[in-house]
Design a protein around this ligand. Structure first.
Ligand code: 0L1
Ligand code: MG
Length: 261
């Protein structure tokens, strides 16, 4: 398939995002045999278009990092996508439902990278030694596909469902924590809906960042100083409704919240 055709698929997905409407998944009729590798080629075109439009990358992110999600998708490797500047919502801020399709929220630990991390063979220990801070975060995923249903290549092409991110405002040195043991609750309107611990992310959230650096090295890229990276969901994702007050509480790391209007 020619690059221009990957670009056309990327435009199709961006139109769904910008027009806040579901689109039929790529593998349904546009390209039924889309492979994982081609999914990433579409994703790269989507990233290029956003960069050409003047958007800035905040950092890559990891998705499908929990055993439950990997089993559900029948895969043994997580995926990555990219968070852009226009996706950021301030802590305590508002998310407008009319700006989105069918958003869900999940709790994650984010890494603020202090030094470039270049794969292959990056370990979690390498990541921790090159991380400036860890911060609590809530990610809003909003698959552009009908009913949030897709195959693995589809979701990779769709920038791993990335839509909005609320970063916490408390910064912590990573060596002060056992990030695998950090307990997290995700509440809606004061009621705990989901909970978990950092170990839900590949055993330790730093493992996800190491895997990301190793995956990026396959295309000659690296995790960069200054990147702020979502390491993957600690909780299951919850569908959002108007009026929801969403709060993530991370033991020792602090709270993150937003309101759905
Ligand atoms: O951030 C994520 O884990 C999302 C990965 C894509 C799968 C999904 O949309 O549930
Ligand atoms: Mg996520």
């Amino acid at each position: 398939m020619a690059t221009v055709e990957y670009k056309e698929i990327a435009k199709y997905l961006i139109a769904g995002e910008e027009e806040k409407r579901e689109v039929v998944k790529v593998t349904e009729n546009i390209k039924p045999d889309l492979s994982v590798e081609e999914g990433y080629l579409v994703q790269q075109e989507l990233v290029n278009i956003k960069l050409e439009e003047g958007r800035r990358i905040v950092g890559p992110k990891m998705g499908l990092t929990s055993k439950a999600k990997m089993q559900q998708m029948n895969v043994n490797e997580p995926i990555y996508g990219y968070v852009f500047d226009y996706m950021l919502i301030e802590n305590g801020g508002k998310v407008h439902l009319q700006d989105m399709i069918h958003p869900k929220v999940e709790a994650e630990i984010a890494f603020v990278i202090g030094e470039d991390i270049e794969g292959p063979n990056v370990t979690a220990a390498d990541v921790l030694s090159k991380t400036e801070y860890v911060i609590p975060a809530l990610e809003l995923i909003d698959s552009r596909y009908v009913n949030f249903q897709f195959t693995l290549p589809d979701v990779i092409a769709d920038n791993a469902s990335t839509s909005r991110v609320v970063f916490g405002t408390s910064f912590h040195k990573p060596d002060k924590f056992d990030l695998d043991l950090v307990g997290v609750t995700l509440s809606i309107n004061g009621e705990i809906m989901e909970l978990g611990a950092g170990a839900a992310v590949l055993g330790h959230p730093a493992e996800a960042i190491a895997m990301l650096a190793n995956m990026l090295s396959r295309k000659g890229e690296k995790v960069r100083k200054g990147d702020v990276i979502l390491s993957g969901a600690i909780t299951s994702a919850i569908l959002l409704e108007k009026g929801d007050v969403v709060t993530g509480r991370f033991d020792g790391l602090g709270e993150v919240s937003f309101v759905v209007t």
